[in-house]
Design a protein around this ligand. Structure first.
Ligand code: BTN
Length: 265
């Protein structure tokens, strides 16, 4: 059985100290398949807005586009939070972006103000390496979204990154700053996300758009998208799409998938 380490055991206290509407009830777990499986099960059983599942390890942690999420036991943050928002399915990518912003801000603070950014759609990066990832899955009622499970993985203490991610990932500890505190980082993310999520679900990205643009590491970079659009990234629009200026001057709006980040334009 995987125990919950003492630093995480004080997460409820750290969350309560900040106020906000996410992080309660808080389920602190040892080993699970995926915290997002737990959250989806909870959502089906009627869990409320803000319910959060945190685990020390996952046997089937998943990332976007069918990838796996690898995280050594007990070192990092693996959690999923249930947002009970009612919105059109087209709003979900905006919620993923605002989650990225909350994670970016919390990681930057934990690293003493480091230049942490967002690589569209929602990788949180430092120096070209990924420090956190976000997977958003929604539950529907008819044609509307009635619940969004935001699954977040943040590399916190790991210094020896396992093989498949060694060259492309980093962690809060490796970025530097004061000794990282998982409970505080978790509380910080939940507080930031709680402040913006309902607003973005109801009104879109307008109020957070400037912060998003400032965090966007792709802007000005040469990129190519899954759908074949390649050119220079020109920012993120109000629907959360990546704007790419093609070499012929036209602008492509990329709404899903990955972008490969080539050299600076
Ligand atoms: C990505 O970058 O592809 C998204 C990674 C999301 C990983 C987190 S870890 C907690 C939650 N549970 C999962 O199985 N995935 C998310």
């Amino acid at each position: 059985m995987t125990p919950v380490m003492p630093d995480l055991a004080r997460a409820a206290e750290a969350i309560a100290a900040r106020g906000g509407d996410l992080g309660a009830p808080l389920h602190l777990l040892g080993e699970v398949t995926s915290t997002s499986d737990e959250a989806k099960r909870g959502a089906r059983a009627g869990a409320p807005h803000g319910a959060t599942w945190v685990a020390e390890s996952q046997t089937a942690g998943r990332g976007r586009q069918g990838r796996v999420w690898i995280s050594p036991r007990g070192e990092n943050l693996l959690f999923s939070v249930l947002l009970r928002v009612s919105c059109e399915p087209t709003r979900v990518p905006s919620l993923a972006l605002v989650a990225g912003l909350a994670v970016r801000d919390a990681v930057a603070r934990a690293c003493g103000g480091a230049a942490v950014g967002i690589k569209w759609p929602n990788d949180v990066v430092f120096g070209g390496r990924k420090v956190a990832g976000i997977l958003v899955e929604s539950t529907m009622s008819g044609s509307r979204v009635d619940g969004v499970v935001v699954g977040i993985g943040i590399n916190v203490h790991t210094r020896d990154l396992p093989d498949p991610i060694a060259g492309i990932a980093t962690s809060v500890a490796l970025i530097g700053g004061p000794p990282p505190d998982r409970a505080e980082i978790l509380a910080d993310v939940l507080h930031g996300l709680g402040a913006d999520a309902a607003l973005v679900a109801a009104r879109g990205l307008g109020l957070v758009h400037a912060r998003l643009q400032a965090a966007d590491v792709l802007r000005g970079q040469r990129v190519s998208g899954d759908a074949g659009a390649s050119g220079v990234a020109e920012g993120i629009d109000l629907e959360g799409q990546l704007l790419v200026r093609r070499d012929d001057g036209t602008v492509a709006r990329i709404s899903t998938g990955e972008v490969l980040h080539a050299a600076s334009a």
